[in-house]
Design a binder for this molecule. Structure first.
Ligand code: C2E
Ligand code: CA
Ligand code: CA
Length: 679
């Protein structure tokens, strides 16, 4: 905004500055002190000493002083004094008037004396304790000017600077140079007197006007004051601007709470405190499936939800314990962190549950009520403190475990997690090396058509050939690859190498009646380039879509985003079948199956284990899945068949396909070819 309050303030300041200068020029700040006006002085009177008689009268605003010299003596003295402080205060601390602001003396005096070029003297007597040398009388500083008042043109307007300090006074009292300058700061009285009276006769002084003229503030001072104000104001603005920029850099614009940097600064500041380092507990809150809200309701609603969420969490922390010292921050999209000072260990779990309950409370936005779920990872600092980054990392790791336990959970980082995480990190490092070294191979697990007992498809399964990873199977390393973002390369490697094998053996495979089922991580589906990479590989190895089936796990589909559903749909539109793997382990409501672009369900091994007519629960479940699949026109593969009994049950209940150690274990490609040709 062009005219924010800062700009308005500057405009106002400019107007005030300009008008102060104009006002100065117009004389608003000028000072006039009419010394003849009653009220501007406390007293006035003539003084005469020696062979002089003085006569004093006031008439029509003019003062007449006549000094009659009858006898020429050495102590002849005659003057007229205008006092600012009463005579009685002389001996104490004479309180005069500060005339420093007066620059000129406007004077209209007539003087007649029996001598050529008669001169009068005007003295401004300044009192200061510092001048006191011998007696009170000499404690006055003699700022004097001697002039011929009848020379009007030069005497009308006398500069106060044309006064000088009387030399006899400096000499007589040995006044140091520092005190010998003009001083009008405490004038107790002004004296007007003939400068000399060498002859007998009348010395007549008529004072018509005696006005001090000055200004309350000089133009230079005013300009200087303006400049200082401008400087101070711009300095204040720049400090404030810096400060608000700093604040902005630490604040999340949507919710107004700290962002990651703000929280990091706060935590690290706490850790750097020398005394009384607090114990901090960090709750890392990740909203589950938040993308679904953005995708389903639009980003505006998503933003509103985040804003309401951030407010309600803070309220709930206050309601948990009113004197809790805490900071709340939004770290990224749907990730938040709450850092609490000195929370007792018993209260950590209680607060985590309190937060989960708050997260689960429906949030009202516009006309919709939105339900959230969240996972919380917790880490604690110890007295010998860890850094913010370390705390955040630990809480993040703990949150990963919370999520894996199922949604809506909390988990505190502990030694076991630390150990397990170290091992996972080590595996991820070795896996990454294996990817670089191409240290993988494929095995193929036959899938048989139950009715004909003919091999109809194979599931492509990955094996590593890294010695470092000995004993670690895909059930362990695939989730780690997903966690450490290595899965993209792995899945593409599997797809490409499956295509290479097919391409090299097209002649030996009856591809019109056979299918290669490839496992693809659901994370891969939301990857923006996956579809184009996949189509490019199909083209490169001249693979027909009908030869390929994609397996995607049901649990991973629970978190699906619009993008991954669209991605699946476009894969299916290419003519590639999609199977829902590990079916039954997720939470898919059967009626939701229509929303998934899938052709096939793979009943999870856990349903097939102990499957027999006598095991009622499992038998009922499997029968239900089979009949649902039939009504949705989906084919069914049963996995993990290890016994004849299981196979017979599935055959009797019209299951389409079967896969399991009972039929065949995963085998190398050469063995697969032998099996296919021995049929
Ligand atoms: P999955 O997709 O459910 O694969 C089936 C797993 O069950 C395979 O284990 C297979 O050997 C095993 N299995 C099948 N029938 C039986 C049986 O009768 N008895 C027993 N005990 N096991 C049986 P595997 O090869 O260890 O794979 C484990 C998981 O690793 C797979 O589960 C899949 O989720 C993942 N995976 C394997 N290869 C890949 C791959 O190339 N890409 C991706 N993304 N994931 C893969
Ligand atoms: Ca599979
Ligand atoms: Ca499976």
């Amino acid at each position: 905004m062009l005219f924010n309050y800062r700009n308005w303030a500057l405009v106002a300041l400019a107007i005030v500055s300009l008008s102060s200068i104009v006002a100065h020029r117009l004389g608003v700040f000028s000072l006039h002190l009419d010394l003849l006006a009653q009220g501007n002085h406390s007293d006035w009177y003539p003084t005469n000493i020696g062979g002089v008689m003085s006569d004093f009268s006031e008439e029509q605003d003019a003062i007449f002083l006549t000094c009659k010299v009858e006898d020429i003596r050495s102590n002849n003295y005659c003057s007229f004094s205008i006092r600012f402080s009463p005579f009685s205060t002389f001996e104490d601390n004479a309180l005069g008037k500060n005339l420093n602001n007066y620059k000129n003396l406007d004077l209209d005096i007539d003087y007649e004396a029996p001598q050529p070029e008669p001169m009068i003297k005007i003295s401004f007597r300044n009192y200061d304790q510092a001048y006191v040398k011998y007696d009170d009388y000499t404690s006055f500083k003699y700022n004097s000017l001697i002039l011929n008042p009848n020379l009007k043109e030069t005497t009308n307007n006398l500069s106060m600077q044309s006064f000088s300090v009387e030399q006899w006074w400096i000499n007589q009292h040995n006044v140091p140079s520092i005190q010998s300058g003009l001083d009008f700061s405490n004038i107790t009285y002004i004296e007007i007197l003939p400068n000399s009276m060498p002859k007998v006769g009348d010395y007549q002084i008529t004072i018509n006007r005696m006005v001090l003229i000055g200004e309350a503030i000089t133009e230079q001072t005013l300009l200087l004051a303006n400049m200082i104000i401008w400087l101070v104001v711009s300095l204040m603005f720049s400090i404030q601007r810096n400060w608000s920029l700093k604040r902005l850099a630490k604040t999340d614009t949507l919710t107004g709470v700290f962002n990651r940097r703000g929280l990091s600064d706060w935590v690290n500041f706490k850790f750097s405190s020398f005394y009384n380092k607090p114990d901090l507990t960090l709750f890392y809150i990740d909203l589950d499936d938040f993308k679904r809200i953005n995708d389903g309701h639009g980003h505006n609603i998503g933003d509103e939800v985040l804003l309401n969420f951030s407010q309600s969490i803070q309220e709930s922390v206050k309601s948990f314990q009113y004197d809790l010292h805490y900071k709340f921050a939004r770290l990224a999209g749907d990730e938040f962190a709450l850092v609490v000072s000195d929370l007792s260990s018993e209260n950590i779990g209680v607060l985590a549950k309190h937060l989960l309950a708050e997260i689960a409370r429906p949030i009202l936005v516009s006309t919709t009520s939105i339900r959230l779920n969240g996972s919380i990872g917790i880490s604690c600092s110890s007295k010998n403190a860890i850094s913010f980054e370390e705390m955040l990392h630990q809480a993040d790791v703990a949150m990963y475990y919370a999520k894996n336990q199922g949604k809506n959970q909390y988990k505190k980082f502990d030694a076991a997690i630390a150990q397990d995480n170290l091992e996972r990190e080590a595996i991820a490092t070795k896996l990454s090396k294996a990817i670089d070294n191409n240290a993988f191979r494929l095995v193929f697990m036959p899938i048989y058509e139950c009715a004909s007992k003919k091999m109809a498809k194979v599931e492509v399964l990955l094996r590593h050939c890294s010695e470092e990873l000995t004993g670690i199977g895909p059930d362990v390393f695939i989730p780690i690859a997903e966690e450490f973002h290595l899965i993209n390369k792995i899945d593409l490697w599997v797809i490409e190498h499956t295509f290479i094998v097919i391409d090299q053996h097209k002649a030996q495979l009856d591809l019109d009646n056979f299918r290669f089922c490839i496992n693809v991580s659901a994370r891969e589906l939301s990857h923006e380039h996956f579809n184009s990479q996949f189509s490019a590989l199909l083209l490169k190895y001249a693979i027909e879509p009908e030869w390929i089936e994609i397996e995607i796990t049901e649990t991973s589909l629970v978190d699906v985003t619009e993008r991954s559903i669209a991605s699946l749909a476009s894969i299916r539109d290419m003519g590639i079948d999609v199977a829902l793997d590990d079916f039954g382990t997720g939470y898919t409501a059967f009626n939701q199956l229509v929303n998934y672009p899938v052709n096939c369900l793979k009943i999870d091994k856990s349903f097939v284990d102990d499957l027999s007519e006598s095991n009622k629960t499992k038998a009922t479940m499997v029968k239900a899945i089979l009949s649902i699949a039939e009504s949705f026109d989906l084919c069914v593969v049963a996995e993990g068949i290890e016994t004849q009994e299981q196979f017979d049950f599935l055959l009797d209940n019209n299951c389409d396909y079967a896969q399991g150690y009972f039929l065949s274990k995963p085998i190398p490609f050469e063995r697969l070819l032998e099996l296919l040709h021995s049929d």
